[in-house]
Design a protein around this ligand. Structure first.
Ligand code: ADP
Ligand code: MG
Length: 510
């Protein structure tokens, strides 16, 4: 039951391989419960798609992925980022509305109220049975209209969105370091201090209207860097410049209101970040008070309603309590609060990973829409490379506190890669039967940030290490090198070796 949902993609890949091998070896039947279609493709032979308590489609992976016969299956595939999706030219399509609760199921088809093909007087009458698809008795669907639907009709493209013009540099980090001191043995007091090197020499810039994605396995220092930027922690060394003013050593309580309002955060878990005993509207008004927005209560109330409009929540929601909202709606409130003071930089730390797949599309698109309007700089922290590829302009890959690769999304998702990025990409499950992937499994665990290996931080797991002569990787941290197109890599591999790298993800010829 969702055995790898809480794990990093690299660990997930190793576990999936283990499970598959065990199944083969012992002839075991497996039921694999997952919301991750890419993982299902890599692990399973057959699939049963469920919606609101019922199976709606059942069949072999090939049948259901490539010749689906149920509108819900189709909607699900349209809402997840597959290679080729693009926030401007091929946006994701979210499934409208919400999932019915068990006691609120509609009559007729449970999916009816959200279905593009709904026919009143037919789809909302009586029970609908699972029916075998003609010519294939192992492929079945629970849809009255499946024979009438043109499953190959091209997706009516939602309005193509204008790409926001990327503006001037707003944020600069220079050689940022953050070390935490922890006592080596808590029992014997702090006599023997150890240092956790959570961030090592982070250097990058972010521009107006730009989305910079920050990716890497858990523990690589993503949240630490976000906390230092927000002023929740202070930097050990190096600088953070906001509009050329240094803020890296100013904790949040000493920052002026404008700086605090400028740099805001959207958190991973909207369930924990809202006050359960305060209405949604009141929480947004609180944020406005803190940012000193509006001269009086009435002005702030108006602004609060505008913020609800901004995040596409009905204005009545201002009077609701957080428990009356779904996860996606709560995350919208979190976004409204972040933008209350007109934030210019928003750090989104895994903003959609706690949400349902079908809701993720709606929330990411909302962030993108607000960014286009407000010219926000978005620092999007994520371990989900499919979403990153879909929405970011540039990508920064972190490993053990180091930036190992930095470039435009196209540069990072095509060779030459940093060997770590190559392994990460190979580990991402992709829900598309026409995609072929190179298979790289990373051995071992990430070394501890308290005791990083000598030389290159990635050398203990690198598949390319033998290609570098003289044990250089064991001895020296590679310098950052910039390729002619501006793409940065922290790696000892020679230009010739880098040029030999092949793409990890190949689409079958169209
Ligand atoms: P990520 O967000 O990428 O998962 P974090 O930034 O949370 O990573 O953590 C980076 C490293 O710093 C980890 O090894 C973590 O254990 C350590 N760390 C984070 N916060 C603290 C703290 N307050 N004290 C000591 N170590 C910490
Ligand atoms: Mg984190």
């Amino acid at each position: 039951d969702e055995p790898t949902t809480a794990l990093d993609v690299t660990v997930e890949a190793a576990i999936v391989e283990l499970v598959r091998d065990l199944g083969k070896k012992y002839g075991t039947s497996m039921l694999f419960i997952s919301h991750n279609l890419g993982l299902v493709l890599e692990t399973c032979d057959r699939i049963c798609v469920m919606y609101s308590g019922e199976a709606v489609e059942r069949g072999s992976i090939e049948d259901v992925f490539d010749e689906m016969q149920h509108p819900y299956t189709q909607a699900l595939f349209r809402s997840i980022p597959l290679p080729g999706a693009d926030k401007n030219s091929r946006p994701l399509v979210a499934i409208p509305g919400n999932f019915p609760l068990p006691h609120e199921r509609p009559s007729g088809c449970n999916f009816g109220p959200r279905c593009d093909y709904f026919e009143a007087g037919r789809c909302d009458q009586g029970d609908i049975m699972m029916e075998s698809v003609a010519g294939d008795d192992r492929h079945a669907t629970r849809c009255l209209r499946y024979k009438e639907i043109d499953w190959n009709a091209p997706l009516a493209l939602a309005d193509k969105k204008e790409k926001g013009e990327i503006g001037k540099v707003i944020l600069k980090m220079q050689d940022l370091r953050k070390y935490y001191e922890v006592s080596a043995n808590a029992l014997f007091g702090g006599a023997n201090k150890k240092v956790v090197k959570a961030n090592e020499t982070l250097t990058f810039e972010a521009r107006e209207s730009e989305t910079l994605a920050i990716v890497g396995e858990s523990g690589c220092g993503k949240s630490t860097f976000a906390k230092v930027l927000m002023g929740l922690e202070t930097a050990t060394d190096g600088q953070i410049l906001l509009d050329n003013q240094s803020i890296g050593n100013t904790p949040i309580e000493q920052r002026d209101t404008k700086t605090v309002a400028d740099v805001q955060m959207v958190f991973q878990n909207p369930f924990d970040t809202l006050n359960p005993s305060m209405t949604v509207g009141r929480q947004i008004i609180r944020a406005l008070e803190i940012f000193k927005i509006g001269k009086n209560e009435a002005e702030r109330r108006t602004r609060m309603l505008e913020l609800l409009d901004l995040v596409k929540l009905p204005r009545e929601f201002g009077d609701r309590m957080p428990r009356q909202l779904s996860g996606g709606q709560k995350q919208r409130v979190g976004i409204a609060r972040a933008f209350a003071g007109g934030a210019r930089i928003v750090v989104a730390d895994e903003p959609v990973s706690a949400l349902d797949v079908s809701v993720q599309a709606a929330v990411t698109d909302l962030l993108m829409d607000i960014q286009r309007e407000e010219k926000t700089t978005l620092l999007f922290i994520s371990h989900d490379l499919s979403i990153v590829r879909y929405l970011s302009d540039r990508v920064m890959v972190m490993y053990l506190g180091h930036v190992v690769e930095l470039g435009t999304t196209d540069q990072v998702f095509a060779p030459p890669y940093h060997p770590y990025t190559e392994a990460l990409l190979s580990a991402v499950p992709i829900a598309d039967t026409s995609v072929q992937k190179k298979h790289i499994v990373l051995d071992g665990d990430i070394p501890s940030a308290m005791n990083p290996p000598p030389g290159c931080p990635f050398q203990t797991r690198c598949h390319w290490k033998s290609q570098v002569p003289d044990g250089l990787c064991d001895r020296e941290v590679p310098a950052v090198r910039t390729l002619p197109n501006g793409h940065q890599l922290k790696c000892h591999l020679s230009d010739e070796k880098l040029a030999e790298m092949e793409p990890v993800i190949k689409m079958a010829a169209e």
